[in-house]
Design a protein around this ligand. Structure first.
Ligand code: MN
Length: 240
């Protein structure tokens, strides 16, 4: 599990840096039979390896934008609040987790992190770089953006959800552009074809989605996705 760094203006922290995760991620994991732990960012690689020892799966949460230097670009004006430490921590986490065949579920930023960690890159701002794209993020005061996705019929995602079309929420202004090494695009938005899910086919469970299951967790599809992740974590725990 990962968290977001930021500042908190409440009295106990008064603008000092804090690490936090939105509660709905934690509730979703617990409701699915898992036990959530939060991992603080570190740039020490040996610490990352030790952190993973007691864990049975990694959930990469949403958050602010990735540091664009991670895919060798200067930040666009619209690429705000990106965090260098978290970006490179996530990459270390992903590499370590893949090396151990630890199950990975990525959400929103997690989808983008996995892609860039494996050498892919991102559109920094969809409205500017893909002018014909459907609305992937609502403007201020607008209702949540939602759109259809089309899922590859022979993918793990389709197998888990039991369907190949789904309406999903959409809270992102960045998206996968060049696909990272070994990754398979398993869902795209309709009709603009923006990448909405990735799988690493040679791993027991490495699946990332661009939408937010934790914000629609009353839906059976989101419950199925989390149940599959927790099941993969159980299998990992048994086989280790
Ligand atoms: Mn979207």
């Amino acid at each position: 599990m990962d968290y977001s760094p930021g500042t908190d203006e409440r009295s106990f922290s008064r603008g000092r840096a804090v690490y936090y995760v939105n509660e709905n991620y934690l509730q979703m994991v617990e409701e699915s039979g898992g036990i959530p732990y939060l991992l603080p960012a570190t740039d020490r690689h040996d610490t990352v390896a030790e952190m993973l020892e007691p864990l049975h799966g990694i959930l990469l949460t949403g958050g602010t934008d990735l540091d664009p230097s991670s895919y060798r670009e200067e930040p666009f004006e619209e690429t705000s609040e990106f965090d260098r430490r978290r970006t490179f921590f996530e990459f270390a986490l992903i590499r370590e987790a893949l090396g151990r065949n630890l199950p990975i579920l990525g959400i929103c930023r997690g989808n983008q992190s996995l892609n860039v960690a494996l050498g892919g890159d991102l559109y920094q701002h969809l409205p500017r770089q893909v002018p014909g794209a459907v609305k992937h993020r609502a403007g201020k005061g607008e209702p949540v953006a939602r759109h259809e996705i089309e899922i590859e019929p022979d993918s793990k995602l389709a197998q888990i959800l039991g369907r190949t079309r789904l309406e999903v929420n959409s809270y992102h202004h960045q998206a996968v552009r060049k696909v990272g090494q070994g990754l398979r695009v398993v869902a795209r938005s309709v009709p603009d074809g923006i990448v909405e899910a990735l799988e690493l086919p040679n791993k027991p469970f490495c699946l990332t989605v661009q939408w937010h299951p934790e914000r629609d967790f009353e839906r059976p599809e989101e419950k199925k996705l989390l149940a599959a992740f927790v099941e993969a974590a159980r299998t990992y725990a048994k086989q280790r």
